[in-house]
Design a binder for this molecule. Structure first.
Ligand SMILES: [Zn+2]
Length: 108
């Protein structure tokens, strides 16, 4: 038997619940489809990157869309800001004396 693919998270945002905006529904479905194919670190980095745009949704909103915890999104953002240090599975990064300042770099 082949392993079952990871289920695609169903967006829980109000727009998708009420299907009021097809463009938003499509966008959120696309995000969740992509997330279902990523590894766990890649998922939080991707959602963290979504949280950094000029019109980015809040962590709470992204949590509703993706099913990730807001804390996981914050952690992904910190890792992005640190330049994605090589995180071996099961290894925890030492919480050093202060995190590096987050760059305000907007990626297209
Ligand atoms: Zn949605």
């Amino acid at each position: 038997m082949t392993p079952e693919p990871v289920a695609v998270h169903q967006c829980g945002c109000l727009v998708c619940q009420a299907s009021t905006d097809p463009a938003i529904v499509r966008q959120h479905a696309g995000i969740n489809l992509l997330l279902s194919r990523l590894t766990e670190p890649q998922r939080r980095w991707y959602v963290a990157s979504l949280s950094q745009g000029p019109h980015a949704p809040s962590d709470r909103q992204l949590a509703r869309i993706t099913g990730l915890h807001p804390e996981t999104i914050r952690r992904g953002r910190a890792e992005l800001a640190a330049g994605l240090p090589d995180l071996a599975a099961g290894r925890q990064r030492q919480p050093g004396g202060g995190r590096p300042a987050a760059e305000k770099k907007i990626r297209p």
